[in-house]
Design a protein around this ligand. Structure first.
Ligand SMILES: Cc1cc2nc3c(=O)[nH]c(=O)nc-3n(C[C@H](O)[C@H](O)[C@H](O)COP(=O)(O)OP(=O)(O)OC[C@H]3O[C@@H](n4cnc5c(N)ncnc54)[C@H](O)[C@@H]3O)c2cc1C
Length: 402
């Protein structure tokens, strides 16, 4: 049976989130956040009050017990409201990585971080990328050494979203490093790294080109003692937990990109219906209509793929009807296509606006700058998605043995 409709509950949820965002996060406010380089506290509190923060966590752990389709709706609406994607980033790292941390953590970590993060009173993020590179996870240098009652950690993470917010609000990061380098990716172990742990030094805030309201920084870990209670999952499973987190995050990234693209399309359509040239609205020119048709067709195709993939994630987690590997190909397709589609829509609609589109009076440039972060690599570079898609399409065994 195929049913492409959202449930009544999901439609109501979308409406209520959109209504709240329209009131509390109009585009002028997004511009202000972009200029002030800060997400206002009242927005974070509001997202917490709406049960959007860490909404994927079970209710008994402080979340809303939301499924992935509903969470993708929230990500889309946040991308629609904040096309700079700063607030979507704040939301989605916690909904995805918070979920994976919750799946594998002890109650100690839930109590010191996750329950508070769900209320907007702390932050949970992802610390994977290292100065030597982000794509080659198995080539990381962060090392774990076993101690009597925990682990000693040394290493450095960089280009990490939300380091300043985390420092300010409290909380920490999902981090993975080698507990046994000789085992390759099977020798990685994941843990929760509190940002304020002794030996953790938050490094500089990068001057990014976009998504200015959320910080991107890094942290060094020098002889940091992590108690056993902070370990996530079994020893040697860190690589797999990292991939699980990426899977969840990439669906939500894609969804927020489709939200930003939707907003750009709507702004553009409104404009071409009004703006006149050669005695008629721009929308009457076939050259403009063909542009719109191409974007609208691509938009619907990618949006369907994203919700189908979120649905697969729900099936995987709730019913076990899809494996992680079956989901990964579709997830990578979403992450490959959605950011580039959003960038393309932002660029092409910006052209419709003429000179106005190039100015900061027009919101589109914030979108262009922000979405570029996802084209470049946040939550995984495009070529890495292509590697996953081609490997799963050609067949794993074939790829491995030839
Ligand atoms: C704004 C922003 C926020 C970020 N936030 C976070 C965060 O919160 N946490 C976190 O851990 N990381 C974060 N990142 C880092 C992000 O995950 C990395 O940028 C990404 O994984 C790519 O790593 P890299 O930048 O080191 O590029 P590299 O891995 O050095 O890759 C450089 C280029 O080479 C290509 N490439 C690499 N390997 C191959 C291959 N085998 N075949 C073909 N091409 C290849 C890549 O596609 C890329 O184009 C963020 C990045 C940005 C820009």
């Amino acid at each position: 049976m195929i049913d492409f409709s959202f449930t009544d509950e999901q439609n109501l949820f979308r409406e209520s989130v959109r209504e709240w965002l329209a009131k509390n996060l109009p585009i002028e406010k997004v511009r202000e956040n972009d200029e002030k380089h800060k997400i206002p506290k009242d927005i974070i509190k509001g997202l917490g009050d709406l049960d959007l923060l860490c909404m994927t966590l079970p209710e008994e752990h402080g979340g809303a017990g939301a499924d992935w389709v509903t969470t993708a709706i929230a990500a889309e609406e946040l991308g629609y409201a904040d096309i700079s994607v700063a607030i979507p980033v704040f939301f989605l790292v916690q909904a995805s990585w918070g979920y994976v941390v919750d799946e594998y953590c002890t109650d100690v970590v839930r109590d010191i971080c996750l329950r508070k993060a769900a209320k907007g009173e702390s932050f949970i993020g992802i610390g994977v990328t290292e100065p030597g590179g982000g794509s080659d996870v198995a080539g990381f240098k962060t090392m774990l050494k076993k101690e009597k009652d925990g682990w000693l950690i040394n290493g450095e993470k960089t280009y990490i979203s939300g380091t300043e917010e985390c420092k300010e609000m409290g909380g920490g990061y999902f981090v993975s490093g080698f507990s046994d380098k000789s085992q390759g990716h099977r020798g990685m172990t994941a843990f929760y790294m509190p940002i304020n742990a002794p030996g953790v030094e938050v490094t500089k805030r990068f001057e990014n080109m976009g998504r200015m309201a959320i910080s991107t920084g890094g942290f060094k870990m020098t002889n940091v003692h992590i108690p056993d209670e902070y370990q996530l999952g079994e020893t040697g499973r860190g690589f797999y937990l990292t991939m699980e987190g990426f899977d969840a995050a990439r669906v939500l990234v894609s969804s927020s990109c489709i939200g930003a693209a939707q907003r750009a399309l709507e702004l553009g359509i409104e404009y071409i219906k009004e703006r006149r040239a050669f005695e008629q609205p721009l929308a009457k020119f076939q050259g403009i209509q063909f542009d719109l048709a191409e974007m609208a067709a691509e938009h619907e195709a990618i949006k369907s793929l994203i919700y189908r993939t979120a649905w697969m994630l729900d099936k995987k987690y709730k019913e076990g009807t899809f494996t992680a590997l079956e989901c990964s190909k579709y997830i990578s397709m979403c992450k490959l296509l959605a950011p580039h589609h959003a960038l393309d829509v932002l660029k092409r609609t910006m052209l419709w606006f003429g000179a106005y589109g190039y100015s900061k009076e027009c919101p589109l440039e914030m979108g262009l700058r922000g979405i570029m972060s996802y084209c470049i690599g946040a939550e995984g570079a495009s070529n890495i998605q292509k590697i996953v898609i081609s490997r799963e399409t050609l067949g794993r065994d074939w790829t491995r043995t030839r």
